[in-house]
Design a protein around this ligand. Structure first.
Ligand code: BG6
Length: 506
């Protein structure tokens, strides 16, 4: 009998990847060594890559194939987690890695890549995925050259994967789009946001739409407000020059956190497939209220960390970090209060905060439900004992979901205490959860863009963020305004207090 379960595809675990070549531009960069090659190695180890699969790396640094392989081996020793790196297996993997040094401005480079693709493909048409992992300013050039050299077309699918940031602002995002659209169809353009590849973010969809009991509560009648936190304890880790131009709002909110917000708040899709899922995400992003300049100060708080002594260690302030201008006005912390102006969410504030050098690394979504309509358990002193229900979707590092509810304390009298009900990935499934890049690379190779961003989503997100960026750019804030190792500027408490709320301490 044919299954009528509309979520049947969610349960489908096996991705079938046709014979493919992955071309990585920026192959000696940090992303390639820390994320891409380890993810590919794991996919290889788990038998998820086809027998005919090759990687061609490019950057300007000269390497022979052998030298490039050796370097990847050394990096894997450092960055491969939870997977054994055994000589035999490594040798089989290494044979699939090739390297072509060359300047992306040089048409000859693309000619060489084309010849290598033909040589590796032999008589079998291979799909080709071009992965842009270079500095973002090179994306338009790379895409133009792929078009001019004719590499954007072949006898099997040709796709392009673009790393974030997708533009520095609305204008540059639209400019990049013109280059992309001239070379690739939208359906072959894969804009990555690695948060969507995280298991815990994907699970939000399963949690909401594969269970009958939560969705009826998932609206303004039952939910008081939502808090999305993405805290990092690290500083800018050698990326000062990039980060100084980006800042927290661009680096985390415009992309990752608005996508998480869309996942938590979007309407149900009709089918788990790229079109319907992305339509709903896009619709939600388009429903976020766009602030006028004079509304921005009331709804947002920028921050920048200053030096501090934490746990016996002297931490530098942002302005003392390597590559950073000592007068930089960059936000290393951003808090915003947003509203979704649709029927389901009207009037429910969504608070988002993110920052570097906060007390710990934690990303989660807290759904604060409304209090019970009447407190029937007030103590004699009249003191309220009932705290409202709180659901926490723990994205990382302690992946899981918990629900806080009231319980009677043992003993005489009716005294209450909040208790928790907990789902924990590790203990429930007992297997390692794949890294976002494994999922996303496999999807790109298999031609499934469901977890990738469409241009309309990119633009809807810039639309929300641009007025805030503009006002911040034109306002002098007395930076630094929080000490490294603390939960951000004091003003961010005021942002919530104005709505009668307070930040959770995760
Ligand atoms: C990246 C940002 O996109 O995401 C970084 O550029 C940030 O600044 C990182 O540290 C966070 O990703 P994750 O997966 O560690 O939460």
């Amino acid at each position: 009998m044919v299954s009528e379960n509309p979520f049947a595809e969610v349960l489908e675990d096996v991705r079938s990847v046709p014979p493919s070549v992955l071309v990585i531009f920026g192959a000696s960069g940090d992303l390639t060594r820390r994320k891409l090659i380890p993810a590919l190695y794991r996919l290889f180890h788990e038998g998820k890559l086809p027998s005919s699969f090759y990687v061609i790396g490019n950057s300007r640094t000269p390497f022979t194939d052998e030298a490039y392989r050796q370097r990847q081996f050394e990096d894997l020793q450092q960055f491969l987690k939870d997977t054994p790196l055994e000589q035999d297996e490594w040798q089989r993997f290494a044979k699939r890695l090739f390297y072509i040094a060359g300047d992306m401005k040089d048409l000859g480079l693309y000619q060489q890549i084309s010849e290598k693709i033909d040589e590796l493909s032999g008589d079998t048409p291979h799909e080709v995925v071009f992965y842009l992992s270079t500095q973002p300013s090179f994306y338009p050039l790379a895409v133009d050259m792929l078009r001019e050299s004719g590499l954007n077309k072949g006898n099997a699918s040709r796709r392009v994967v673009v790393e974030k940031p997708i533009g520095h602002d609305m204008q540059s995002a639209q400019d990049l789009e013109r280059h992309l659209a001239a070379a690739f169809d939208e359906s072959d353009t894969y804009r990555i946001d690695h948060y969507l590849g995280k298991e815990t973010v994907q699970n939000i969809l399963a949690f909401r739409f594969a269970n009958g009991i939560f969705e009826p509560l998932w609206n303004r009648r039952y939910i008081d407000h939502i808090q999305i936190t993405a805290a990092e304890s690290i500083g800018v880790e050698g990326r000062g020059a990039y980060y100084q131009e980006a800042g927290a709002l661009r680096d985390m909110v415009q992309n990752h956190l608005l996508q998480v917000m869309a996942t938590v708040m979007m309407e149900p899709y009709t089918r788990f497939a790229a079109g319907p899922v992305r339509d709903e995400r896009a619709k939600l992003l388009r429903s976020i209220r766009i602030y006028k300049p004079d509304e921005v100060p009331e709804h947002s708080v920028p921050g920048q960390y200053g030096p501090a002594r934490v746990g016996g260690e002297d931490l530098p302030g942002f302005r003392e970090e390597e590559g950073v201008d000592p007068k930089a006005g960059t936000d290393t912390y951003a808090a915003v209060k947003l509203f979704v102006d649709n029927w389901r969410w009207s009037g429910v504030p969504v608070y988002i905060r993110t920052g570097k050098r906060l007390p710990k690394r934690v990303t989660d979504v807290a759904i604060q439900f409304r209090a019970a309509p009447k407190n029937m358990f007030a103590s004699r002193s009249g003191e309220a004992e009932v705290t409202p229900n709180l659901m926490i979707l723990r994205i990382q590092p302690d992946e899981g979901i918990s629900l806080r509810f009231q319980s009677k304390r043992p003993g005489s009298g009716m005294r209450l205490r909040p208790v928790g009900m907990d789902f924990n990935y590790g203990s429930s499934f007992g297997t390692r959860t794949p890294e976002a890049y494994e999922t996303l690379l496999l999807d790109a190779l298999a031609g499934d863009p469901t977890l990738y961003i469409r241009q309309d989503m990119v633009e809807a997100s810039w639309q929300v963020v641009m007025p805030i960026l503009e006002v911040w750019r034109n306002t002098r804030v007395d930076f630094p305004n929080y000490e490294a190792g603390t939960w951000g500027p004091a003003a961010s408490d005021g942002l919530l207090a104005r709505g009668g709320h307070a930040w959770r301490r995760p």
